[in-house]
Ligand binder design. Structure first.
Ligand SMILES: Nc1ncnc2c1ncn2[C@@H]1O[C@H](COP(=O)(O)OP(=O)(O)O)[C@@H](O)[C@H]1O
Ligand SMILES: [Mg+2]
Length: 172
């Protein structure tokens, strides 16, 4: 990836903060993040229009076996559901005006232990987000550069279930 991702620490935290240089680059970052995603996870994606939230979702979904062309911004539909290696719901709360709107569309029901939830424009429903929600922030830098970081990396468990320590064959 032609971006400046940090790699000094491993796991999901080690990928951030990050800057990407193109839409494909942001999708590639999403593909790498997908390796750390499981059903029951909630990823809230914050940042202005055009900052790359949907490109990131395309990358996550395609790495999980969803055809990228099927992944589009659900701004008008509010929710898109995809079937990949597991179920994914892609929400965009941009058009909602209040937390009650979010409750009325069944926002909380979309967040299930069986589904990976990717939420663009989560701000209006922030009080409804579970404690395990990872917040990814997207910012425009100059040109096609985007800065992407996790705002609450402290909630990521340090023992990553996907890191197989049994592969560590160092002997004393
Ligand atoms: N580094 C980059 N990452 C993501 N998108 C980029 C980048 N550079 C340019 N773009 C363009 O910016 C737009 C991002 O759109 P999108 O992912 O839908 O943003 P959002 O969902 O945040 O509104 C797309 O038109 C994409 O081609
Ligand atoms: Mg979007």
């Amino acid at each position: 990836m032609g971006n400046s991702c940090h790699s000094s620490s491993s796991g999901l935290v080690g990928l951030f903060p990050c800057s990407t240089d193109s839409p494909d680059d942001t999708q590639d970052l999403g593909k790498r993040v997908a390796g750390y995603a499981s059903p029951g996870d909630v990823f809230a994606l914050v940042g202005p229009v055009g900052s790359g939230k949907t490109q990131f979702v395309k990358g996550i979904c395609s790495a999980l076996g969803v055809e990228e062309r099927n992944v589009t911004s659900p701004t008008f539909a509010i929710a898109h559901e995809y079937e990949g290696d597991f179920s994914i719901v892609h929400l965009d709360l941009y058009r909602l005006e209040s937390e009650d709107d979010a409750i009325n569309i069944g926002f909380e029901d979309y967040l299930s232990s069986r589904v990976l939830a990717l939420v663009e424009w989560p701000e209006i429903a922030v009080a409804l987000l579970p404690a395990n929600t990872l917040i990814f922030s997207f910012e425009h830098l100059e040109g096609e550069k985007r800065r992407i970081q996790i705002l609450n990396p402290d909630i990521i468990p340090t023992t990553d279930a996907k890191t197989d320590d049994s592969c560590d064959v160092r002997r004393s």
